[in-house]
Design a protein around this ligand. Structure first.
Ligand SMILES: [Zn+2]
Length: 188
């Protein structure tokens, strides 16, 4: 629940790190940090069912559906620092599909929270699995973590890659088909 105290806390943090919260450039900072944090964690107040409302369809389509290269931005729950990258989502429908535009919205809902990459990956897969009961779901996330990059851990360009494979995506063949299709589309 929004309170008026987040600004006060940010002000205290500024003092704690040795700053003068009353100097010109920092006067509006507690307010801006408050607003930014609320925006970056707005996924808490979003509802999966509202987002998917009217976007679950009965369709006779039994090929793999893939939405690749979904950009996302999240905050790691250990340091409150950003991690960001790309998410690839695929599923093999069983009578039901999700409106394609809703998949990035789902990624957004779960990434605008304090997260660890592994859980973010799993939550996206699990939600799709629950909502349309497909034959299988695969989610792969590639991300860079500012808490690794900025804090001087050596591998500055390292990416963390996580995956969640449910149902038929646990079989070698389907998993490989998914990974192949993601990699083939790689132009960026
Ligand atoms: Zn971290």
């Amino acid at each position: 629940m929004p309170t008026h105290s987040m600004k006060d806390h940010v002000r205290k943090i500024l003092v704690e790190i040795g700053e003068d919260p009353d100097r010109e450039g920092l006067k509006g900072t507690p307010y801006r940090v408050d607003q930014a944090l609320r925006y970056l964690t707005k996924g808490y107040s979003q509802d999966v069912d509202k987002i998917l409302n009217n976007a679950l369809f009965n369709v006779k389509y039994d090929e793999m559906v893939i939405v690749a290269d979904i950009d996302f931005f999240s905050l790691c729950e250990h340091h409150l620092l950003p991690f960001f990258g790309r998410c690839h989502v695929a599923y093999l429908p069983d009578k039901k599909v999700i409106g394609l535009s809703k998949i990035p919205r789902l990624v957004e809902l779960f990434s605008r929270r304090l997260q660890v990459q592994e859980r973010l990956t799993y939550q996206i897969a699990e939600t799709i699995s629950k909502k349309i009961a497909p034959l299988g779901v695969g989610v792969v996330i590639e991300a860079q973590h500012m808490c690794m990059i900025m804090r001087g851990v050596e591998k500055q360009n390292s990416r963390a890659i996580t995956s969640a494979m449910l149902g038929v995506f646990q079989t070698q063949e389907t998993r490989m088909e998914f990974l192949d299709l993601i990699l083939r589309g790689r132009t960026r």
